[in-house]
Design a protein around this ligand. Structure first.
Ligand code: F0G
Length: 482
């Protein structure tokens, strides 16, 4: 494991890789950052990356690739049908998940489209530990509805619960009985639960959920997009996993699932995705949709170069030196912010550092998007872009009112092996300053609001001149410094 003691009293994460290719970054002066965020409609998705210093929007497709992945890309067999690359990827997927059949797709949500089209009927209910935005959209578009059955601790931002992603088994059984098992096409577990702060699911909970599914003859589906961080936490936080290898834990989790799917923009550190199953009849039913929506069965919308990179990425995903990097950097980031009293989600999870916006900017009304306002302010003071994971990422209620999210978070993603500890220290320092000056942060309102997944391309404006005031205070304190 890479975490070793090398200071007298501190555990610091130690990189088990070296950097051989670099990308030059820009840190614009604050006046230019103000212009950039306003031109982007105060939505960090709409910023140009050349205006961003630390791109902490997401880890999706932005993990650093290894020399082995880049090397593998050079031997890609570019043929439309039956390419040798596909069979190499298929073998790597089978080895990682221990399942027979693999359907390739261009990314995670494409798998969700195929799965929802095949399995969800109007009126169906899909229980899950927590929804992900694209997952929920596909289920709702197919006429179904999502029910979240997380444990109460899941949405307590400050907690010591090691597996906040676990399903509440009592609630699951109660729900199945209420709606009737015939209306539950599958139960979904999202490993490394994205929207509640990258929180893991225990192997024990996956096994117990499977037992309930089996009792009612309902398939268990696992979204393995964020499984690498989850595997790290299984290994270090769960007693029953302590003596298992990462590969063994992955296989045990997968063994419980009837259907597994993943975004290879995350798992596999490249671009793509796929569905993995043992059931031949279901495989046959879904495979006809791949050429309709994705591409031929042996590439599914992925480039063969990316497929080679995913195959190697999956091999590397069982290496503790690789998968510990994200969670250990996040833990260090969290440790520094805790020293500065900045409110964060605890225990720190995977994927990124999660700030508790509801506490950070509690003076802003929920309807004025606390997390989105904080994300815009963070860009202004640091040039780093995070992502809103709160009310703005929710769909509105049917009566048009805001659905206030149960967690109002800002995610600062740490794509694996990309940033240095001094960059983490820089952003932590700016967050500490922002927290001291938090009263200056104001709310946002929509000027262009898309009807679905509005967070991606919606445009907003400040509800007052708070951004100019924040910039003025920044200049007072930092002078000419960027
Ligand atoms: N499932 C989970 C748990 C995810 O985090 C994502 C993507 C998807 C499915 C969809 O996969 O993007 O390849 O279509 N999460 C990205 C993020 C967008 O930034 O967290 P995709």
């Amino acid at each position: 494991m890479s975490r070793i003691k090398f200071f007298k009293e501190k555990n610091l994460p130690l990189e088990m890789h070296k950097v051989r290719i670099v990308q030059k970054l820009n840190l614009l002066p604050i006046d230019e950052r103000l212009k950039a965020i306003q031109e982007a409609g105060n939505n960090t998705f709409l910023l140009r990356n050349s205006d961003v210093y630390l791109d902490m929007l997401t880890d999706s497709g932005t993990n650093a690739m290894s020399d082995r992945q880049l090397g593998a890309m050079m031997i890609a067999d570019d043929s439309y049908a039956g390419s040798a690359t596909f069979y190499r990827l298929e073998e790597a997927v089978q080895k990682f998940f221990g399942k027979k059949y693999f359907l390739p797709a261009h990314q995670g949500r494409a798998c969700e489209n195929i799965l929802a089209k095949t399995l969800v009927k109007p009126g169906d209910v899909v229980p899950m530990n927590y929804h992900f935005t694209t997952t929920k959209t596909h289920i709702v578009l197919a006429g179904g509805r999502v029910e979240e059955i997380f444990k109460d601790e899941a949405i307590e931002t400050t907690s010591s619960e090691p597996f906040k992603g676990d399903i509440d088994l009592v609630k699951l059984e109660k729900l199945i009985n209420e709606v009737g098992p015939e209306h539950v096409p599958f139960v979904r577990i999202e490993m490394g639960t994205n929207l509640i702060g990258g929180q893991p699911v225990s192997l024990g909970n996956v096994q117990d959920t499977k037992a309930i599914c089996k009792k009612y003859n309902i398939p268990l589906m696992i979204d393995a997009s964020l499984i690498t961080d989850n595997l790290y936490f299984n290994k270090i936080r769960e007693e029953k996993c302590a003596d298992m290898t990462i590969a063994e834990i992955a296989l045990e989790i997968s063994k419980c699932a009837d259907i597994v799917y993943f975004s290879a923009r995350k798992l596999g550190s490249a671009k793509g995705g796929g569905i993995v199953i043992d059931d031949k009849a279901l495989y046959d039913k879904m495979k006809v949709l791949i050429p309709v929506y994705e591409g031929f069965l042996t590439y599914g919308g992925m480039s063969t170069r990316e497929m080679e990179a995913v195959a190697v990425g999956l091999e590397e995903a069982v290496d503790m030196d690789m998968i510990s990097h994200g969670p250990e950097f996040i833990e260090e980031f969290a440790r520094i912010l805790t020293e500065y009293n900045v409110p964060i989600v605890t225990p720190p999870g995977g994927l990124g550092l999660h700030l508790n916006a509801r506490e950070f900017v509690g003076h802003i009304k929920g309807e004025e998007y606390q997390a989105a306002s904080l994300v815009a302010a963070i860009y202004l003071v640091s040039g780093a872009r995070g992502m809103e994971r709160g009310t703005l990422s929710e769909e509105k209620n049917p009566d048009g009112s805001e659905h206030i999210a149960s967690c109002e978070l800002v995610r600062l993603a740490l794509p694996r092996r990309v940033f240095t500890l001094s960059q983490v220290r820089f952003i932590a320092d700016r967050l500490a300053w922002l927290y001291e000056n938090r009263e200056l942060i104001g709310g946002l309102r929509f000027v262009e609001e898309p009807s679905v997944m509005r967070f991606f391309i919606g445009r907003l404006e400040p509800t007052s001149d708070w951004q100019e005031k924040l910039v003025a205070k920044f200049k007072e304190d930092f002078g000419d410094s960027l």
